[in-house]
Design a protein around this ligand. Structure first.
Ligand code: UDP
Length: 458
């Protein structure tokens, strides 16, 4: 949709939860809205805005901040997750209201708040100001469906049944549930936060999910009966998918500095599909034993590998591992993951199955070996293997550890086995479908278009 000259420009605030895996999807969604003529102001916390690299801020999207009550050190300053979320709710509601006042008196009134569902109080603020409110989910529809059933009291925790049957989903075992459901006591504040996403959702004017229709058709159809739910993803930078957005060179925000030159040079010299890329995202902290098993599994697979090990995790690697494997492997603290996945040398992605990493693997057609740690990763890993047939999930032993032989076996299967052939074909199919969804006239593109049209005419 081309913006007509002098047409009214609707203004959305896009309020992010201040972590990498939440800022980037909303930033990419904001770019799509801007591309269709909506003015978007990305809102994050004072603290996190200081860490956003300058080059990540795109020219068209304005950035504003509110306070989570921890302006100096962010979440690290809070005594607990519960304390952080409670203070964020209180201080965030107040500073969001102040920001809305400021924008309205400075001639830039807001029409709609698109808010991360970890911050449901933002919808209450929107409604108090008479604004439209759009929820933005950064996890899959499958996972949202499960949490909603807990919220409704249909799925009771602690779980008593071993096989869980929910509408729109295949039979699932309790270990396939998001970890905060099968273990609802270890992280009560996170459990409450996930279930709390649904408390006021009935008042939302739109419910957006970072997924694409073709991937989760059945559950999307089911959930769309409950709310005005629309799929708008995958929110991968346009340059890696449909290439329609020109202003897309600076495509994201990284909490760590990527080791771009080293990684890309190293990959450039490798044959097509020969490299195993390993990354467990920005938060996962495996036990030492699990890190050692992965290291051994990689070594035994005898493949070239690029492994992202964050600085804080480095000491968990086996002694001399980096030196002893330097002929085959490269270990870096952070890499430009999208560029790496897009590189033709990469043939397999050993991942924790975070939702962003999962969507990135789909969008770039890279088969996965899933080693989930917690949260929605367990459910994503189950779907990757059994439903989407886009990868393998090595079994764990009685202590929940993926042993080296299991990791090695799955890597070999994907790289050279019969199952690998089928998975690669599926990866190709999913990549095409992901691109089509965001391309002109695709399922996600149409949903964004519909939202923009209603905004402009509301
Ligand atoms: N990522 C990256 N470089 C790395 C490792 C990860 O840019 O070396 C990015 C990755 O592309 C993804 C995000 O970090 O967008 C991780 O998000 P995800 O939801 O997969 O996991 P989380 O970090 O939230 O557990």
């Amino acid at each position: 949709m081309e913006l007509e000259k002098n047409a009214y420009r609707a203004h959305c605030l896009a309020l992010t939860y201040p972590v990498q895996g939440h800022i980037n999807p909303l930033l990419e969604f904001s770019k799509r809205l801007e591309h269709k003529g909506v003015k978007v102001t990305l809102v994050t916390t004072h603290f996190i805005s200081k860490t956003i690299h300058k080059e990540a801020a795109t020219s068209s999207i304005a950035l504003e901040t509110i306070s989570d009550g921890y302006d100096e050190d962010g979440r690290a300053q809070a005594e607990s997750i519960k304390a952080y979320l409670e203070r964020f709710r209180r201080v965030g509601s107040q500073t969001l209201a102040e920001l809305l006042e400021k924008l309205s008196t400075s001639g830039c009134p807001v029409d709609c708040i698109v808010y991360d569902t970890y911050l449901p109080w933002a919808l209450d603020v929107a409604k108090k100001f008479g604004l439209l409110g759009a929820a933005f989910f950064t996890q899959s529809c499958v996972v949202n469906n499960i949490y909603n059933h807990v919220h409704k009291g249909v799925l009771k925790v602690p779980l008593s049944e071993t096989e869980i049957l929910l509408p729109g989903l295949p039979p699932l075992e309790s270990q396939d549930m998001p970890s905060f459901i099968y273990d609802s006591v270890s992280y009560p504040a996170l459990f409450d936060m996930f279930v709390g996403q649904f408390t006021n959702l009935g008042q939302a004017d739109w419910v957006f999910v970072n997924t694409f229709y073709e991937l989760e058709q059945e559950v999307v159809d089911w959930m769309a009966k409950l709310w005005p739910l629309r799929t708008i993803g995958p929110t991968i930078p346009s340059m890696f998918l449909d290439k329609r957005l020109e202003d897309d060179k600076n495509y994201g925000f990284d909490i760590f500095k990527p080791n771009t030159d080293t990684c890309m040079k190293w990959l450039n010299g490798r044959p097509k599909g020969s490299v195993v890329y390993v990354s467990f995202g920005s938060l996962v902290a495996f036990e030492v034993e699990q890190m050692e098993e992965i290291a051994w599994g990689l070594r035994m697979s005898n493949r070239c590998f690029l492994w992202v090990v964050r600085e804080a995790e480095e000491e968990k690697l086996p002694k001399n591992f980096v030196e002893e494997t330097s002929e085959k492997g490269l270990v870096v603290r952070w890499c430009p993951q999208l560029e790496v996945l897009a590189h033709e040398a990469v043939g397999c992605f050993v991942t924790h199955c975070g939702w962003n990493s999962t969507l990135e693997a789909f969008s770039l057609g890279v088969p996965m070996v899933g080693v989930p740690y917690w949260s929605d990763q367990k459910t994503n890993a189950k779907y990757i293997m059994d439903v989407w047939k886009m990868g393998l999930k090595p079994p764990t032993d009685e202590n929940g550890i993926v042993r080296r032989e299991a990791a090695e076996h799955c890597i070999r299967e994907i790289m050279e086995g019969e199952r690998g052939k089928e998975i690669k074909q599926n990866a190709f199919k999913w990549r095409k479908l992901a691109k089509e969804a965001v391309d002109e006239g695709g399922s996600s593109d149409k949903n964004i278009e519909e939202f923009v049209a209603k905004l402009v005419h509301s």
